[in-house]
Structures are given as structure tokens and as C-alpha cells.
Design a protein around this ligand. Sequence first.
Ligand code: ASP
Length: 382
Amino acid sequence: MELWSRRKFFRTSLAGSALAGANKLFGRTPTNGDDALSLANLAPPAQGKRPLIISSANGLHALDKGMDILKKGGDTLDAVVAAVTVVEDDPNDDSVGYGGLPNEEGEVELDASVMHGPTHRAGSVASVRRIKNVSRLAKTVMENTNHVMLVGDGARRYAVAEGFEEMNLLTEHSRKIWLAWKAKTSFNWRPGIDSPEWKEHMAALFDGNEAEIAYAESVIAHPRTGTIPCMAVDAKGDISATTTTSGLSWKIPGRVGDSPIIGAGCCVDNEVGAAGSTGKGEENIKICGGHTIIEMMRKGMSPEAACLEALGRIAHNYKNDKKKLGTFHIYFYAINKDGAHGAASLWRNGYEKKHAVYAVHDGTEAKLVECTPYLDETGGDS
Ligand code: ASP
């Protein structure tokens, strides 16, 4: 069992919907950081305990579902897909599945991948429209086809053939924010160009709801990323992972991030561990982050150290130029076969400049845990 130490852990009393409610900002679930960190500073979570399931912070309220399956001796891939399905179904999470922020044409396009450690199999889908549960779709590709990856309309048609329901994935919330973005960025989508008219337009769009307007303004100024990677190791040491996302808001139609790329946004080796990522997927793809982390752990690095190594490679690509690195944010998350876990963020801050965190369920309760920052300062256009 790996000996593991961290500088500092915080956790919150996450149990229960009351706190889950407190975690919501303007009705949405924070993505990679959380204001609940200020609520408590309790004991550190366990390391080296199995079964274990972890995810990005927005999976906090969903990990119970996966842990229940693990405790009953269920399959690790069933556990992680069940957990992220909760987030895909949640209209209040505008970074994943139903209600995800759309591409520049107002169409939600989803990416997802899965890897099943015990059978060394993988499945993935990208740029999928009108299908909500793309992690389950990626699993279906893995189980029922002779392929690993399906994209675009072919993936949608395959989903329909497999009995997945087609639906409009835009909620009123995500549609209005998209309309506000269109209005902000194009003369043709707004009634006038001076600021009083702009304000009136925004007020009309959001029924005068100041919080909604502020949120829309912030998403327009800093296009949201957000995703849920989730990975689990069971009592026997079998490992699986999935990553699911609506990708970068306002993306060019057809843009694919790291989430469906096996070896970047999702990677599993049943003899070693699993890794996933959130944030600017383009940076991860260029360093094959998931695979890098697995190989570092194979050489004996802790999950935390391996995640930091991956971030170091990204920083190296920019000669550690903080100005350039400050234009984006990225996080890595990893577990190993022994049940150790870790996550690292390029910058110290997560959502709303709070400390970046990730979610861990070690069999007792789901907790938020600090990510280790690669650059111990605030940054990143997120
Ligand atoms: N990594 C995802 C992508 O690039 C987005 C995110 O995690 O926020 O599509």
C-alpha cells in the first residue's frame, strides 16, 4: 500500500441535500471549486481505502450512487457511469449532459468516454447531439460494437438504433445564456448597441433576475468549461473510469475536447490506476495527459505527483510563461490500484476564485478535497 502524504486537506460536511443546496450558485452546481470549503475544516479523507470513487467537484452529490454499486460488489464501470448519469440528467449543471451550454449555433454537443480495466476495453463518442446520457452511449459502443469511437451524426443514429431517446438538450437557462452571448457578440442579435439598451435587453431576457444576468455576463466574458471525470477502484482492485462533458461553451460546431479521447481525458490500466481531466482539453490532448499520468504512476509516483507531472508538461509547452498559462485552466485527477487518490490544478483557484477541489467517496461519505496547485497562485481564465 502506498504511503501517501498531503500538505493539507480540507473537507466539508457534504452529506445531505442542505449543503448540496448551499453549493449551488444561482441554481447551478459549481464545476471545479466550491464555496463550501469555507464551511468546515475537518479530518482528511482516507488514502489507500478500497472501494474508492472520485470525480471532479461537480460529482459530489452523485458519488453515493457509484459507491452503493461498489459496496454491493458491482462492476466498477457500472459504478462510474451510474454516478455521472446523475450529473448528465441534472439540468442545473450547465457543463454536462442535459442543460449543457451549447456550441456557437445554440446546439448542445456532448463528448464522453469509458474504459473498463478488467477487460481492457474502451468506448467513446464525440460531438453527439440530442442524446443526453453519452457516458452510457460510450459504454454501449464499447460493449456492442467492434469500434472504440463514434462521432457526430453517426453516433446519434447509433444511439437511436440502440434505443436511446432523442431530445432537445437545451434548457431555458442554457438557451437564454446562449441568446445573451449572441446578443453580446453580434449586432444582428440585439436591439441596439448602446449600453442602456443592452441592459434593458438583458433585463428582458432574464425577467430582471440580477443573479441570472450576472451569471450570464460572467459566462459570456469567460466561456465556461466543465466536465465530470469519474474513476473507481473496487475491493478487488479492479478499475474503471468515464469522462462526460458538453465541452467548451460557444465552441465551433464539431469541436472535440479531451474528454472522449482515450489516453487524454480518460485513461485506465487495471494494473496501475486511472486518470481524468477537466479544463481546456486542447492542452491535455497535446500531452496525452491521462496516459502520461498512468505511466508516471506505473513508475511509482503517487496520483498527486503524477497529476503535477502532467501539468508540468503543459507549463513546459509554454516555457512556463504565466501570462500565456493564465489564459486557461486545467485539472487532472487520478487514483491508483491501492486506493490512493489525488488531483492537481494548474492554478490554485477553482470556480469563482475559491480553492480548486475534487470529490472523493472512500466508503464513508462524499467529501470535497483540495487539489494540489501546480502554480500556487490565482490564475486561469475560468
Ligand atoms: N475538458 C473539457 C473539454 O475541453 C471541458 C472541461 O472540462 O471543462 O471539452
